[in-house]
Write a protein that binds this ligand. Structure first.
Ligand SMILES: [Zn+2]
Length: 141
């Protein structure tokens, strides 16, 4: 796979997520001349997730609270993550430990995730487990 750092054909459809200003193409990034934010381009796709937002995902409760903050009551949160499960590789404790140490992957238990959701303002946890994949929905309270 080549590192495509250009989105020239789609530049007109993007605006700055921070200030809605028009963006300029630079080497490997889009830059907003209005507020000076830059957004890296990875494999042809601009990454608009701001640094401070990517940081919150290291703490599950903070991330869920931020999601809850921007959701209306009754809105549905749908998430895909990982759990030990019964059929996937993550059912093995050593595999979970390796993924955690080597990849920084947190493998969630269902009671643990429900507890995080409740603490973050969600209810009606509806988990579905397939192999080691946990897909769930919950409602904003
Ligand atoms: Zn801007």
């Amino acid at each position: 796979m080549t590192a495509d750092t250009s989105v020239a054909s789609g530049l007109g459809i993007y605006v700055c997520p921070a200030c809605k200003g028009h963006l300029c193409q630079e080497e490997g990034a889009l830059r907003c001349p209005t507020c000076s934010q830059t957004y890296p381009i990875r494999e042809g796709i601009p990454d608009f997730i701001r640094e401070e937002l990517s940081q919150i995902f290291t703490d599950t409760v903070i991330a869920l609270r931020e999601m809850a903050r921007v959701m209306k009551p009754g809105a549905i949160l749908a998430v895909f993550t990982f759990t030990a499960g019964r059929g996937g590789i993550l059912k093995f404790r050593r595999a979970r430990e390796w993924y955690r140490k080597d990849q920084g992957l947190h493998v969630f238990g269902l009671p643990e995730m429900e507890q995080y959701l409740t603490a973050s303002g969600f209810k009606d946890f509806q988990p579905e487990v397939s192999g080691s994949i946990l897909t769930f929905s919950a409602l904003k309270q």
